[in-house]
Design a protein around this ligand. Sequence first.
Ligand code: HEM
Length: 125
Amino acid sequence: MIILGRFIPSWILLILTLGSGIWLSHKGKPLNTAIFTLHKLIALAGVVITAIPMIEAFHTWNASSGLILAVGLAAAGILVLFITGAWMSIGKLSYNAMRSVHIVAAGWIVLALAAASYPIHLPGN
Ligand code: HEM
């Protein structure tokens, strides 16, 4: 559980991001600016705080192919979340389609963080 421990702040911020997203969604349209900003900033803080142990992992933990895959999946998911989130806020393209992709990508991030947290990435495993 050494690695899981390193990702505890990431899990806390991810749960807060999911919670603020659901809260934002329940507030309806037009989007509540304060909750929208909060949601974005917590998400950004989560990305920064997760990048630190990930980069460290590459340097010190003898990055396994599993870890590289988890990082790649997480990076792709984050990109999708920021793009669909921005698109929803400008109201371009289909809002419902963007929202569906945003929700799927959020689930994707939960899986990627779970994969990164799992101790199989320790050297020797
Ligand atoms: C790790 C990053 C993120 C995660 C895990 C995440 C997750 C979520 C979740 C679970 C919802 C609730 C969806 C629903 O029930 O309808 C949501 C809503 C929303 N998120 Fe995010 N989000 C992230 C980043 C962002 C970013 C960066 C933006 C903006 C640039 C954004 C914009 C929005 C908007 C506008 C909604 C409201 C959608 C609606 O009308 O239902 N999100 N997000």
